[in-house]
Design a protein around this ligand. Structure first.
Ligand SMILES: Nc1ncnc2c1ncn2[C@@H]1O[C@H](COP(=O)(O)OP(=O)(O)OP(=O)(O)O)[C@@H](O)[C@H]1O
Ligand code: NI
Length: 266
């Protein structure tokens, strides 16, 4: 079995809200979550809106909202991910692919954005290599984000986020609003990175993509991890899925609906 890269143990995230006067109430964001991502593995995290997926990413990256209280333990390659260790690893060994291309600076040519954080001596060379890897023409380096298509911006986002030193990628909804071909391209890049040994935590609404690209699929609901299922079990009528919640989720997909309780849908 491959070495664990990321280990999250008993993670709790809660929010203190001030109600009227001095009264406060505590809202649960994540409760008692345990999860592991291994070298070369894509672990997908799926769950409805508000189930705690983004909070999980933010807790790992140390970018939780200010009013969040967090307990539990997060380890990266066996060592606790402290604030100091995050400073050393984020953007180098740990990459974050954000949900939105609006994370790119609209006023800076994309080539320059890819060179941020690279060794100035080799930055241009490295940027050319990253452009080639993600299928971007070298002339595109001088262009501003508004001059590129959505699919090209996605590739730039990969080039800005993913360095050669990367061991763990956290991708939060990396395919929203993309047409099928562009989704396939993003997933292919993630698969290639995993094949190079990178551990990938892929957060997504899209069960079909999750199942097509991941080895295991973690299902969250209401801040809790309900089950982790092998991706291969999401097939047919879902009989191979261990947890009823995962079966219901799978059977509720429009393309699977006609099998529910023998009722035919038209
Ligand atoms: N700063 C905050 N204060 C209070 N509650 C918050 C805060 N940030 C998030 N939450 C709550 O935590 C819960 C989980 O949010 P999270 O963003 O992780 O959901 P998600 O699974 O990523 O949803 P989506 O699929 O819509 O992105 C939600 O109920 C949300 O309202
Ligand atoms: Ni989210």
């Amino acid at each position: 079995m491959n070495t664990p890269i990321l280990t999250v143990s008993e993670l709790d995230v809660s929010f203190t809200q001030y109600a009227s006067g001095l009264r406060t109430r505590t809202l649960t964001g994540i409760a008692g979550l345990n999860i592991e991502v291994r070298e070369g593995e894509i672990l997908a995290v799926i769950g409805a809106s508000g189930s705690g997926k983004t909070l999980l990413a933010q807790a790992i990256l140390g970018i939780l909202p200010r009013n969040a209280d967090v307990t539990g333990e997060i380890r990266f390659r066996g060592e606790r991910l402290t604030a100091a260790r995050r400073r050393r690893t984020l953007g180098r060994e740990i990459s974050y692919i954000p949900q939105s291309v609006t994370n790119l600076d609209p006023l800076m040519p994309v080539g320059e954005q890819v060179r941020i954080g690279l060794d100035p001596k080799t930055a241009h060379q490295e940027q050319s290599r990253l452009f080639a890897r993600y299928g971007l023409a070298s002339e595109a380096a001088r262009l501003y984000p508004f001059e590129l298509s959505g699919g090209m911006l996605r590739r730039v986002l990969f080039a800005t986020s993913v360095r050669d030193t990367v061991r763990l990628i956290i991708a939060d909804e990396p395919t929203p609003g993309l047409h099928a071909e562009a989704v396939e391209e993003v997933l292919r890049h993630l698969r290639e990175l995993a094949a190079d040994g990178v551990a990938v935590l892929l957060i997504t609404h899209d069960i079909v993509s999750a199942v097509s690209v991941a080895e295991r699929v973690a299902v969250m609901n209401g801040g809790r991890l309900i089950t982790v299922e092998p991706a291969a079990a999401f097939t047919g009528d879902g009989d191979g899925l261990g947890h009823p919640f995962a079966r219901d989720l799978w059977r509720a997909l429009p393309q699977n609906r006609f099998s529910i309780g023998g009722v035919e849908w038209h």
